[in-house]
Design a protein around this ligand. Sequence first.
Ligand SMILES: [Zn+2]
Length: 465
Amino acid sequence: MNKASRLFWPALVTPKNAVVKQTEQLSRSQKLLTELGLVKSGSNGTYQIMPIAQRSVDKLFELVDSNMQRAGGQKISLPILTPTGLWKKTGRLEGDISEFYMVRDRSGKQFLMSPTHEEAVTAMLATTAPISYRQLPLRLYQIGPKFRDELKSRFGLMRAKEFLMKDLYTFDVSEETARHTYSVVSEAYDRLFKQLEVPFVKVSAATGMMGGSLSHEYHYVSPVGEDTLLQCSSCGFAGNAEVLDSTVAASTDCPSCRSAQLSQVRGVEVAHTFLLGEKYSKPLGATFLNTSAKPQSLVMGCYGIGITRVLASALEVLSTEQELRWPKLLAPYDVCLIGPKQGSKEQQPAEAIENELLQHIGQICGAQELLHDDRKELTIGKRLLDAKRLGHPLTIVVGARAVQQEAPKLELHVSGGEKMELELNDALKLVAEHSRQKKCLLQGNAVTVQDAEAPRISQSVGHQL
Ligand SMILES: [Zn+2]
């Protein structure tokens, strides 16, 4: 079980009268994550993830892993350092390289601290003994750090110089089978973003520096987004203004249904899918043996999800100025339990109930999902304030009302919802309902309310705009 008293949780304490020098533009998520001690700034544009937030990152890893594996993905790890020679072969060092981190080893050989791994993974396959058409399609993915020397790194984890990415690379025998792979992976992405229950927009995108023929972007809508998206409320069309014809981008008429229902929103790009074709396999000589045992270029696709960016921008979209709100599957803990204050007159009887609850809740949702705020030197009010700011889905308080003779009640706070006063069994029912909803989501099913009598827990409903 997790005890708040033992948790490393370096909240930012700003002394009164301190003059805060604002050097960086702050977003809501960054402000809350920093003030609450969930994320610390390292150097300009790099971040240190503290234990509470790391739990959420780990949950996102698991969710991504399960969806990648459902799409036939196999997990690998590639080195962060990629020889720059490979990037010369694909022509990607000819453009603007100001965002690349480059280092040399003691012999003078130059490497990129990889901003992406198309060259590395393709070169790996090119140096593998002949691959047979029978082994294809091949879908290889990894989750790890990527590096980009952003001119304007800002909004914390949303646009950092070092960030976590999931990158999947797929290899097929033909454009036709690669398109099938594209639809399989797209389905996995759609499922993942629905599981996160944050409204998202999927748009056709420019292929840009990656090259290729087919591409989509997934966006969260937020005023701090750096892309302009056009959405039609009539037919559901959505596009990135960057790739649309300038007359379309400037018009209010939908290019799809011609209604005048086109509006602009700002989007944060959280994932991207590309059909690459032979752009990398040709120059790097990555081939397979076809049915006539002749070498033929592999047809590739690449598929990224910005792990730290998904987390930060989900919080950006869901949270209020004062309180974090998490996607159900990413909340660091499901339940926070707050017991009586040390020395209060209800301490002894209330602690008996507290201990009983610790056991029951642990059995229902798993001990790892329970945070026991055992900082008994603090008042209930102070601990409840922390719990609300941290945005635990459920916070249960064992206070004076829990030990009164007549109709004893626990106080239960739902993140983003009202305070409720419930009998012990009803509080436990809510914990069980929360766990059931999480299970539904993990299986990729829509959350239904099973018990019509049960108070409503679910606040946000994920959908594709
Ligand atoms: Zn339309």
